[in-house]
Design a protein around this ligand. Sequence first.
Ligand SMILES: *[C@@H]1O[C@H](CO)[C@@H](O)[C@H](O)[C@H]1NC(C)=O
Length: 428
Amino acid sequence: MALHHRLQRLRRRGLHKSPVLWIILAACLIEVVAHASKYRVPLPARELDTPFYNSCQEPITDGPRENAAIVMLARNEEVHKARRSVESLERRFNQWFKYPIIFLNDEPWRDEFIQTLNASTSGPTSFELIPKQEWSFPAWMDQDDARASIKKQGEQGILYAGKETYHHMCRFFSGYFYQVEALKKYKWYWRLEPDVEFSCSITYDPFVEMARHKKVYGFTISLWEEKRTCPSLFRKVADWKEEQNIPSTSLWKASIDASWVPWPFRSSLSWFSHRDRHGDGWNLCHYWSNFEIADLDFFRGRQYQDLYQKLEKDGGFYYERWGDAAVHSLAVNMLAKPEQVHHFADFGYRHDWYYQCPANAPGGQLPESATLNAVKESWAPEIQGGVGCRCECDGRTNRNHGSYCLHKMKAPNTISRPWSTWFLSWIF
Ligand SMILES: *[C@@H]1O[C@H](CO)[C@@H](O)[C@H](O)[C@H]1NC(C)=O
């Protein structure tokens, strides 16, 4: 009402005809455009990330290996789901490369699990117990209080947030997995989840290629984080970034949606979730961390450790339901260079109802390869522009959020970015 009256008064005084008003409006517009352009991500002169290979390779079964392990967190009850994942990876990759698989559990392993999973792979296996303090509330936290919050989050219907163990898992995968005794001697890891599927053959050693190309983090699928799981996470991470004077890489800029509110009102937006103290927002895109091939030293490094300690002290792993995917993604986008992040666009991968399925590379299936033919395999037709090796699916359906989220995440790497994504990112 008050605003309405004021506008009427302005109109009576004929202020809308005043050049001053128009000058102020124009200045605001220029200011907003100038601000948003700070987050523009220029396309690089050359591609920063491409698949390591664009077709099947003859697997080098006796080549040099990296210091790497495949890691699966599982529960005893998940024996069949775990076996499906391991068998899929065995058939599509590990029968040739024989990397060790380390199984992690917060409870003692049952014999059935150990026998079944050990028999599912040709690589060495080990079955480890996670230390109690790495799978529980931080020592300083009031557990009753935290449990009450978890109960409330569950009642609000926030995805998985009513489950105490889910919070422990997110904390473990954010702050502790790379410190597990059995993993200490490794530099590289491949995270494998129960109930996933690999639908193309992986005929080269991704660890060797990651090392050769100086990558630190590899993913298959990226998508949006559930908003309500982490209202204050981005703010905490962004505050830490400012405290540490860490410059914004193009990858970081690509994960920001610049605010369209003019100075000096912009910073008042910081009262809302998913915004930094200047009022600019996180677009919620993240790498889906149930698949990860990464350099463990990235997580063990001083900067990630420092960031993790800040997040741990904040309590958001319990008072909200911060996911390890969001934590890893924000850290990677802040601390890694764009060319150090790799999209395994040639991997066929499914988890839950999301999947990535590349098309098969023209002339790239090595139909005469005795090694590859040892497993009876039929594969989908080859398609121009395909990068896959003996993929079961034809690449026409893909439930990876490539149209918006993935392009935005990969903005510095992507030559052909549809104009519509620019348009969308300017509006929202
Ligand atoms: C797995 O099986 C192999 C071959 O049968 C055996 O040598 C090894 O000790 C087993 N490992 C475990 C952890 O049971």
